[in-house]
Write a protein that binds this ligand. Sequence first.
Ligand code: PMV
Length: 333
Amino acid sequence: MPSVTPSAAASGTSRALAHSNIALAKYWGKRDVTLNLPDVPSLSMTLSALTTVTRVEFDPSATRDELVLNGKLQEPAACAKVVALLDRVRAGAGLQLRARVESQNDFPTASGLASSASGFAALAVAASAAAGWGRNPAELSDLARSASVSAARSIFGGFAAIEAGCSSARPLEVPAAASELMMVVAVTDPGPKPVGSTSAMQLTQGSSPYYASFRDSAPLAYQEVRAALLGGDLERLGDAMEHSTLLMHACMLAARPALLYWNAATVAALQCVRELRRDGTFVYFTIDAGPHVKALTTRALSERVSAALQAVPGVQRVITSGIGDGARVVSEP
Ligand code: PMV
């Protein structure tokens, strides 16, 4: 194929913004590793306060794809997923140019705050726009999903779900009560997590005797989360979210070697959420593949929850987030 420049409609450069999302019903495990298809359905809330901005430039003088993440040039070995996504864009757009990618997160990277969700959603939007490859939201979700299943959900604002074995997420229409939901994130460790999610999932699927039970139970937890959200039953939503979280961690704990993402502050924050709830505050916890605790509450209660979590020993900072919009192209600063 001859080397061509981006189409006339595209400048060869684009910048996109995407928010992270937190799963209220968890995905863990791949149905197909090569195609990166999820083994279980999941449902998430997009978070306005956790943001990635990514700039992609298809550069005629570049000899390889380059990734600068949070100001640091990454080793080629760390760029495989980025290059694979760019390859899909190049194939679709009929383009051969290599790209320079600059990505900035405004929150800790690779630590269980879903930086891969916002990162690959922003990359999918920026790269296809820079290449002049017009894509609708479902196609962008598919593109993002090829790198990270959670990224498929970050293409959409509000709440989004992806079914087991499916290649793209869909946005959900929720009742007004759900728009009051907030997520209070208690950061318990700023460092990167020891095991990335892809290898951790493979380890769980290959060695945890509870993986089969998780795969059977996760769709039921997902259905309950979904029905509660769509029905505006926020207590049931929180309860089902905690169940989905603990199902996932129980099966991770039984992997060999065990995947224990929690630290002392994780447990203390979790107990804090349970105590607040015992005292009548609407608040429920979730934890991903990292040590942080995310507390689901409402706008009216978020300050109380934030203050309580901030006082937990070992909690380093608290980020309070509302519901975010979908991924989008943004202008250069
Ligand atoms: O798609 P990944 O590689 O970002 O994995 C996401 C895994 C969890 O965050 C633990 C759960 C989820 O559904 O987001």
